[in-house]
Design a protein around this ligand. Structure first.
Ligand SMILES: Cc1cc2nc3c(=O)[nH]c(=O)nc-3n(C[C@H](O)[C@H](O)[C@H](O)COP(=O)(O)OP(=O)(O)OC[C@H]3O[C@@H](n4cnc5c(N)ncnc54)[C@H](O)[C@@H]3O)c2cc1C
Length: 550
């Protein structure tokens, strides 16, 4: 990591990224994949070349010191990190840039910013680190009654405020980035152990607001499981939930706000369940004849109640792309960890489950090989992956991922259907074949969370249209084959059409009703999860309720 400011185009901080050798190696692979000699290259505009509309609002003097309308701040808060975002950044399109970026230093300032924005008919977009890949932080105001937007960046709320060692929990401010959070827990010999791939550049509040998925493949899959209580600033006032290890007192207030993606309130802090740092580990990589044999072994492991911390299957192509395999077999990266007890018995039982389906360990007889061979190649590639996208989009390589979950009995047919639909959409959109690969990120006793990556060779000038064709065909396939539009990337604005199909309509009405109560003017994140029009008028809410009754 460098101390530079966050890149306005790309992953991480200025001065950070892939080395020239890493870029060359990646491009070499894509040249072979697409059978081309060279790529058409385009460069994103420099900050000084980006034209923004003049800000439509000005903060009051009391807030001005912690607000900015500088080009860098506005540009860096326009987009998240999806391919769609990068393609528009490359083309220099920043029509939706926020008018003002606010950097509150306290919960009281969060309240003041919301009050000011509401009075100025401006929308407020809660912003963690902007790693959203679903349009969650882009101030798109279409259909809303707002005349301007304020991006509310929580980076200064970054402290671990209190530790309760007895209950093994911590009170933590929401704007803290992953590494700073872990650095503050380390002196207490504690860890949250929630490591999404975006860990370095995402925040606790963002994780809670999007129900992020961390590194645990089973048991503690989502951040939800670690949340003990929350503090949330809503336009109608503060909500604080009670610290409890569990509660059966009606629907959980925490669960209303976990996953609310900034539309119901701004999470300012949370009591989080912490863990002892792991001292015992077991793990390694196994080879399987094919992806489905590996999936059957993983089902057996999940249903045996072994709770591996890592249980990722990479299909043969994904394994090859990441240096974890040679393209002839699927690879399972398996690991167990504990701060309290040895794991040999669990590992040994998991190996038996794998052997039943033809899985062979890369390092037979070695209980812990989780940092060797295929497992280490995968880990290293996984950490560097986020930095590749900015290089690919410049070469018109459409590279994106989408993730879902499905029950085991439908999984194999589902996988084939989604993969075929995406491959066919790539051919239609670009006129040539691309690549669609799959891995598992999380597994449950009743089904896996498959994660698909696709790569296609697009054309500059058409990148967003080509991406949209592929993305919507894949999303359509996910929903029509019975899956979810997202297992952990959230809904944002980009997944709305498919989320709307997936959720029960009366549930949508209940969500709108909740929004109406805590945010009657629809100030917060219009267009995410529900329509902005309904947030201000409430008319659609009543229509839907009446339709529901009929
Ligand atoms: C390379 C890469 C890898 C990724 N890997 C993973 C992964 O492994 N697992 C995973 O789950 N996701 C992953 N993501 C997606 C993304 O990192 C997550 O959605 C993450 O939780 C967002 O955190 P953030 O702090 O960046 O939030 P932002 O992107 O800033 O915001 C996301 C949403 O949450 C809202 N929000 C943010 N902070 C608050 C707050 N304090 N109060 C209320 N609302 C708030 C925003 O309004 C927005 O709707 C990845 C993304 C990238 C680019």
């Amino acid at each position: 990591m460098t101390d530079g400011r966050l890149k306005h185009f790309g992953w991480g901080r200025e001065g950070e990224g892939l080395t020239a050798d890493e870029v060359a190696a990646a491009l070499d692979r894509y040249r072979r994949l697409f059978r081309v000699e060279h790529f058409d290259e385009a460069a994103p505009p420099a900050l000084s070349e980006i034209n923004l509309r003049p800000p439509r609002i000005v903060p009051p003097p009391a807030l001005a010191a912690h607000c900015s309308s500088d080009v860098y701040d506005r540009v860096a808060h326009t987009y998240g990190k999806s391919f769609f975002d990068y393609a528009r950044g490359l083309a220099g399109k920043y029509e939706n840039a926020p008018d003002v970026v606010a950097y509150p230093r306290s919960e009281a300032e969060v309240t003041s910013v919301i009050d000011w924005a509401a009075g100025a008919q401006a929308a407020v977009i809660p912003f963690g680190a902007g790693s959203s890949v679903v349009g969650g932080i882009e101030p798109r105001l279409d259909g809303s009654a707002h005349r301007a937007s304020v991006s509310l960046d929580l980076r200064h709320l970054d402290r671990v405020v209190e530790i309760d060692r007895t209950s093994r929990a911590g009170r933590i401010e929401a704007g803290v980035f992953g590494p700073a959070l872990e650095a503050q827990l380390r002196p207490h010999d504690l860890t949250l152990r929630h490591f999404p791939q975006s860990f370095e550049y995402s925040t606790l509040g963002g994780w809670i607001a999007t129900r992020s998925g961390g590194h645990f493949a089973s048991l503690y899959t989502h951040i939800d499981d670690f949340v003990e209580s929350l503090r949330i600033v809503t336009p109608r006032g503060l909500i604080e939930t009670r610290r409890l290890p569990g509660s059966g007192a009606g629907p959980s207030p925490d669960r209303l706000f976990i996953g609310s993606e900034g539309i119901l309130g701004v999470i300012t802090e949370a009591w989080m369940r912490l863990q002892d740092r792991p001292r015992f580990r077991a793990g390694g990589a196994l080879k399987f004849r094919d992806f489905f044999s590996a999936a059957r072994a993983v089902r057996a492991i999940a249903q045996a109640g072994l709770y591996p911390s890592n249980c990722r299957i990479l299909d043969a192509q994904e394994a090859q792309n990441t240096g974890a395999g040679d393209g002839t077999s699927a690879i399972l990266v398996l690991a167990f960890e504990s701060g309290d007890h040895p794991l040999d018995a669990r590992m040994s039982r998991a190996l038996t489950c794998c052997a039943d389906y033809g899985g062979t360990p890369e390092n037979p007889g070695k209980a812990d090989a989780h940092r060797e061979g295929a497992a280490e190649s995968w880990r290293a590639a996984f950490i560097r992956m986020p930095y590749a996208r900015e290089h690919l989009v410049k070469r018109a390589i459409v590279a994106d991922t989408f993730e879902t979950a499905i029950t085991w009995e439908r999984f194999e047919a589902f996988h084939d259907r989604v993969k075929a639909a995406t491959e066919s959409a790539i051919r239609k959109a670009t006129g040539r074949s691309g690549q669609v690969t799959c891995r598992f990120t999380h597994v449950y006793p009743d089904g896996p969370a498959p994660y698909f990556s696709f790569h296609a060779l697009g054309r500059h000038g058409e990148l967003t249209a080509q991406w949209a064709m592929i993305k919507s065909a894949a999303s359509e396939a996910l929903i029509s084959a019975g899956g979810t539009i997202t297992h952990h990337h959230a809904v944002g604005r980009d997944h709305r059409p498919w989320y709307d199909k997936q959720r029960p309509e009366l549930f949508a009405a209940a969500l709108r009703a909740a929004k109406q109560v805590v945010d009657p003017q629809g100030v917060l994140n219009p267009g995410v999860l529900i329509d902005p029009e309904t947030q201000t008028s409430g008319s659609r809410l009543h229509r839907t309720l009446n339709e529901g009754r009929g």
